[in-house]
Structures are given as C-alpha cells and as structure tokens.
Design a protein around this ligand. Structure first.
Ligand code: SAM
Length: 331
C-alpha cells in the first residue's frame, strides 16, 4: 500500500493541472470575510526538491513544470474555445523564452508561476528553469492563501511523507492554523463537516495505488455532500485505460446532479495512452497520459480561469496529436 511516493511525480503535467486549478480556487475562496476551512485528505510531503533523486529518476517534472516553463514558445495570446468532444488541440505559438512571455500567460498560470517564483528566488530573478529547485505540494499552495481566520487540516498516511510534511509545516511557524495528522483522510473528513463557519474546500487527491481508492473517493464525496451540501469539493483523478478510472467522473457527475449541486470537470491530455514498442521490440509504456479535476460547487469564476489556462497547457505540455483538453460544467 505504501509504494506510492509523490516525490516521483512532483511537478508532472497532472500537478500542473491540479495545482493551477487549486490556486484559482484558493484565490477566489479566500477573498470573502468569513473563515474558510480547507481539508486536504491526501496531503503528501508538502514540498519537493526538483533536483532530488526521486524527481530526477522519474523525469516526470521534465514533462510537466519544466516543459511548461522552458519550451521555446510563448503561450497562445488568444485562447481557443474548449469543446467537450473532439478534444481541442491548441496550436503551438511563436518562439519566445518563457521568462519574457509573462504577459501572454493566462491569469491562473501567472499565479501558478508566481508561487514557483516565491519558492525559488534565483528562478524568480533570472527566469532560468535551471534554478527551479523547489516544488510546492498542495498543502503549501493552500497555506499561502490563508488569512488569520482560516484553518487548514492535512492528512497523510505514509510514515515518511507524514514526517516530512510535519517538518515542512513546522518551519512555516503558523501554529495551530495548520493541523497535520497521520490518519486516513477519507475517514477523517467526516469529522470536519459541516465546518464551524459553514465554508469549506476539500481537496481529495489519492494516489489510486489501490483500485479501491476510486470507490472510496465516490463514497467519501457522497457522504461529504450529504453532511455539508455547500462545500467546494475537488477531486483529482487519472485518465487511464481502467474501468474504475472512467467511472469516477461519471459517478461524481451523477452525485452532483442528484444533489442539485453545480459541477465542473476539466481534463488535460498530453499524449496517447497507447503502448508502443522500441526497435528491439520491447514494449514502452507511455506513463500517465491524462488527468482530470472534478469540482462540486465550483466558484462561478473557475470556468473562465480554466478556459484561458487549459489551451496554454495543451500548447506547451502536449506531446503528440492526442493532446487536448475538455471543460464541462453543469448545474
Ligand atoms: N495532494 C498532494 C499534492 O498535490 O501535493 C499529493 C498527494 S499524493 C497524490 C497522495 C498521497 O496520499 C500520498 O502521499 C499517499 O501516501 C497518501 N495516502 C494514501 N492513502 C491515504 C489515505 N487513506 N489517507 C491519507 N493519505 C493517504
């Protein structure tokens, strides 16, 4: 059960989608005067080194955040409209270094890059991705938006990641505003809903290392909506050739519709999911080709934010003609 370590995946294309969406959500939800409770059911280690053994071994950040920032292309100035099907394939734009292309970035991606700059002063100063060394996990992103009245609850089961997370959070010196627990996030969520000020955002981002995670996400979200219907519930999911993975967004949509809740589903595909063979006939697995973010009760601003950011992600992260995005919403 404990073979998954997010350090191998930190900064990959799925993190770019997940964290850009999370930033847009946090930015909007922390604008109001009423206290917000943020619950991150699967928190990870909080911070990752992009020059560490894990990230370098997997090379996933090269297909994600590094590619986004170092591709010799500017983001497209005009975002094409999204289509549910067929997938929109954005065309790459003219050559221009990422550091000088800031004006062309969609606001949500500008905020994402701003957070990376805040953690990597040399990268901020030079714009050179060689100086991008630290990558923020969801807990650090969430924490950055909190004000004194807000609370953040983090759950992480892996003993090593729990220890890293606790140490990383302690260094922030934010006291009891952020609580870290080595507990099952699916179970722990129940005890925090409804939250005291009746405003909450929940990020549910399991590793899906076990097949049962898909079912647990759906059950956990159904229970959460029953306990507190107006919370914002955010689920990351992989898009892989597995029935449970295909069913999950469908189940979440059914849940939202039955509960008369609004919903939004954004997906990003960077490459084909097909197996290929190399010259020696060895099968090459493509790695994660696509992922999605399903949001129940999204803020009204989220669709426009993603409508602008997703085509740029496709243009910069897309690896073949299968690259594209979808953006659906309802309710
Ligand atoms: N949300 C993090 C981020 O965006 O930076 C990444 C989280 S990672 C995808 C999933 C994490 O959940 C792993 O660190 C894993 O150890 C942890 N985990 C697995 N099952 C869990 C459970 N039932 N409760 C809490 N944490 C769990």
């Amino acid at each position: 059960m404990f073979s998954y370590r997010h350090a191998f995946h930190a900064g990959n294309h799925a993190d770019v989608l997940k964290h850009t969406t999370l930033i847009a959500l946090m930015k909007y939800l922390t604008q109001k005067d009423t206290a917000l409770t943020v619950i991150d059911t699967h928190a990870g280690a909080g911070l990752y080194r992009l020059d560490g053994d894990y990230t370098e071994t997997s090379g996933e950040a090269q297909e994600g955040v590094f590619r986004l920032l170092s591709e010799p292309k500017a983001p497209p100035a005009q975002a094409p409209r999204a289509q549910a099907a067929p997938k929109t394939v954005a065309k790459p734009a003219a050559a221009k270094p990422a550091s000088t292309a800031a004006a062309g970035w969609a606001p949500a991606l500008q905020d994402y890059i701003g957070i990376l700059r805040g953690l990597n002063p040399q990268f901020a100063e030079t714009g050179d991705v060689a100086h991008l060394k630290i990558y923020p996990g969801s807990p650090f992103i969430e924490q950055q938006f909190l004000s004194g009245r807000d609370k953040l609850k983090l759950f992480e089961l892996h003993p090593t990641d729990y220890k890293s997370l606790s140490g990383n959070i302690e260094q922030l010196g934010v006291g009891r505003q952020v609580a870290v627990a080595r507990e099952d996030g699916f179970e722990a969520l129940k005890t925090f809903l409804p939250p005291p000020a009746r405003r909450a955002m929940v990020l549910c981002d399991p590793s899906y290392e076990m097949k049962s995670d898909y079912g647990r996400v759906a059950t956990c979200m159904a229970d959460a909506v029953k306990r507190f219907a107006t919370g914002t519930y955010v689920v990351w999911y992989p898009i892989i050739p597995r029935p449970e993975a295909h069913d999950l967004p469908r189940k979440l949509k059914t849940l939202a519709v039955k509960a008369s809740r609004s919903w939004l589903n954004a997906t990003l595909t960077v490459k084909s999911s097909k197996l290929t063979t190399d010259t020696s006939g060895e099968v090459i697995r493509p790695g994660l080709p696509a992922s999605g973010m399903f949001v129940i009760n999204p803020p009204h601003t989220l669709k426009a934010e993603l409508q602008a950011a997703l085509p740029q992600m496709v243009a910069l992260l897309g690896q073949d003609r299968n690259a594209g995005f979808t953006l659906e919403h309802g309710g």
